[in-house]
Design a protein around this ligand. Sequence first.
Ligand code: DQA
Length: 147
Amino acid sequence: MAARVFIINGPNLNLLGVREPDTYGRATLDDIRAMCEKRAAALGLSLTFSQHNMEGALVEQIHAAIAADAAAIIINAGAYTHTSIAIHDALRAFAGLIVEVHLSNIQAREDFRHTSHIAPVADGIIMGLGAMGYELALQAVAARTGS
Ligand code: DQA
């Protein structure tokens, strides 16, 4: 059976393409979803891709990944990366691989973006490579899960 991976996106990522394109690029979230679906299929992974603006909805999607016994979560929690203990705690309850993704290099930006509450529970972090970061994360999941 194909390993299942959840890609979970946080607030404002639905605005990609129009939102600060110099920072986040011109790809829309639909473009990224299509790219991820194609790459996941090529890697033999089964993909659940979602975006949520509310913190609680992100927590619930992590619970869904736990209930589905997913092999991996790839998460770009947007600004909740820097604030959310609830998302940190939910991820701690997940037994599979966790990859944190950011389109921009959060370490090269404002000080308030330098802290990530996801990082301590992540197996790996990809940042600053734009939409390609999602593809690289899928590749890492396939390699780590033996898909
Ligand atoms: C982001 C970086 C965050 O600091 C920001 O709040 C986002 C997007 C990124 O992908 O670069 O919404 O997670």
